[in-house]
Design a protein around this ligand. Structure first.
Ligand SMILES: Cc1cc2nc3c(=O)[nH]c(=O)nc-3n(C[C@H](O)[C@H](O)[C@H](O)COP(=O)(O)OP(=O)(O)OC[C@H]3O[C@@H](n4cnc5c(N)ncnc54)[C@H](O)[C@@H]3O)c2cc1C
Length: 462
């Protein structure tokens, strides 16, 4: 008999093989594995896992349907709270949300909630199970800016309530970071993201791509000239930060966002596309977050020797443990307690190396992590072709600077109420990374839901 304290293991692509391809790392559960894992759920009366989920999915509810083998019903239960379960099942940090609250985790391993969610959602995509639509429209027009998880969730929730929703997206592809940032090997685009966006379209949401709000038109014009009664801003935090060290403007230096966009959206990895991504025989990725891991693992798959250069130690790496583990398994080299001082540039303006310095950790700083301090005289040089800066991002100021009366804070984030997304401007709501700064898919979705609730409270009174 299976050990109930342990999870049903999930099958993965072999590390050596996957380091050379862009196919998905994790295969997910099959029906038998999912039913066995579901049987570990204790169906707690006071389910703490629901409290851990930013969109409050009825977790024991959908798992009990898996136990019965009724996956269509399980999908309906999830669909009451989330429009993007195949995405969340893959990229949510469940270990610090629903799963860390699971009672099974006290004595053994928590139930694999994320993998079960993914199983149900994949089943729904494969079998084309339709989401539940509103019976008729209520005649109110709402504009959503950005098609990332916050915008998609807000649009989907409002469409289910009968609103006429149009999403305006600056890029030619829908999905925000889900398509241009997170790599294919963690989140397949055709098989998962596009299909899940199709389900939002099936709810009646309209999409307009290649529309940059703040340039093509403005929020004030949408409201005054195009009769949108409310606007939700879900424009994300796509503006990369740099270190400000010498050589950072050389050819061969990328922000992680640009590098990943070239790979994901502009298909640089596919030789039939003409998208430059730099020679990349030896690449340094500066930073230690999830985005740095994605950039490093992408460069590795493009054939490079890849070094993560991070100024603190492994214990302080902000990336998910699973991502660090996968990166190491695949062969990414970690240069820890190391900080760049200068990017070395050749006579043609291309990166040829990096001067770095060794660091040691002092007392904890304001973030609670031990402060990294340079070790005098420990500088050395490494040879490189490409440097990818992954130091975080902030919201692009374009929308705030072109919208009258929209307040931002000193981090350039739009100021909005947490519970309903209301901004300083009447009838304008906001949520996701544009409000919090770079965060997570599920928090962006939670903010999209809150925004939809705020807009519904406002417009249902009209
Ligand atoms: C490489 C990478 C990996 C990540 N991995 C994970 C992960 O594993 N798990 C996780 O939970 N989170 C992860 N995140 C974070 C997560 O993806 C974001 O927190 C989330 O996507 C934010 O959603 P959003 O809807 O607020 O914004 P976004 O996803 O950024 O979407 C914003 C959209 O708005 C559009 N837009 C911007 N300005 C305008 C404008 N003026 N007019 C019209 N459209 C506009 C953009 O083009 C974009 O499509 C990752 C982020 C990155 C960059």
């Amino acid at each position: 008999m299976a050990d109930v304290l342990k999870r049903v293991p999930v099958r993965e692509q072999d590390a050596k093989v996957r380091a050379t391809n862009f196919e998905e790392v994790c295969y997910g559960y099959n029906m038998e594995e999912a039913m066995e894992e579901a049987s570990r759920c204790l169906n707690c009366k006071n389910a703490k896992c629901i409290q851990g989920c930013p969109v409050s999915i009825n977790i024991p509810g959908f798992i009990s349907k898996i136990k019965e083998g009724n996956i269509e019903e399980a999908y309906k239960v999830i669909g009451e709270s989330s429009a993007l379960p195949a995405i969340c099942g893959r990229v949510c940090p469940q270990e610090s949300q629903c799963e860390c609250k699971c009672i099974r985790g006290i004595k053994g391993e928590p139930v694999s909630i994320g993998k079960l969610e993914r199983f149900v959602a994949d089943y729904a995509l494969e079998n084309d199970i339709k989401p539940v639509k509103a019976e008729k429209t209520n005649g109110h027009k709402v504009a959503v800016i950005g098609s990332g998880p916050s915008g998609l969730t807000c649009a989907g929730d409002l469409a289910k309530l009968g609103y006429e929703v149009t999403v305006f997206e600056a890029l030619h592809e829908l999905g925000g970071v889900l398509v241009y940032g997170i790599p294919e090997f963690r989140l397949p685009k055709q098989k998962v993201v596009k299909k899940e966006i199709e389900k939002v379209k099936e709810l009646g949401v309209k999409f307009e791509t290649n529309v940059v709000i703040g340039k093509s038109t403005t929020i004030d014009q949408l409201m005054e000239e195009e009769d949108f009664e409310a606007v939700f801003i879900g424009s994300g935090a796509g503006l990369p930060m740099f270190m400000g060290i010498p050589g950072e403007t050389a050819n061969g230096v990328f922000s992680a966002n640009e590098y990943l966009t070239r790979s994901n959206l502009m298909k640089a990895f596919d030789s039939s596309y003409d998208t430059p991504i730099a020679a990349g025989k030896k690449v340094a990725v500066v930073g230690g977050g999830n985005v740095a891991m994605d950039a490093a693992r992408t460069a590795l798959r493009l054939g490079a020797e890849v070094h993560i250069v991070y100024r603190r130690s492994e214990a302080e790496l902000p990336a998910r443990v699973e991502e660090v583990h996968h990166a190491k398994e695949e062969g990414v080299i970690f240069d820890l307690l190391t900080n760049p001082k200068e990017i070395l540039v050749d006579e043609n303006g291309w990166v040829k190396g990096m001067k770095v310095i060794k660091m040691e950790l002092g007392e904890p700083d304001a973030s609670g992590r031990r402060r990294p301090m340079e070790i005098p005289g420990s500088e050395y040089e490494i040879e490189l072709d490409t440097v990818i800066m992954s130091l975080g991002t902030s919201p692009n100021p374009l929308i705030a600077s072109t919208t009258k009366g929209l307040e931002t804070n000193r981090r350039k984030c739009i100021v909005a109420e947490e519970e309903n997304g209301q901004t300083s401007k009447a009838c304008v709501f906001a949520g996701g990374d544009a409000v919090t700064g770079a965060a997570t898919v599920i928090l962006a979705m939670g903010a999209g839901k809150a925004g939809a609730k705020g807009i519904h409270e406002l417009l249902s009174r009209k």
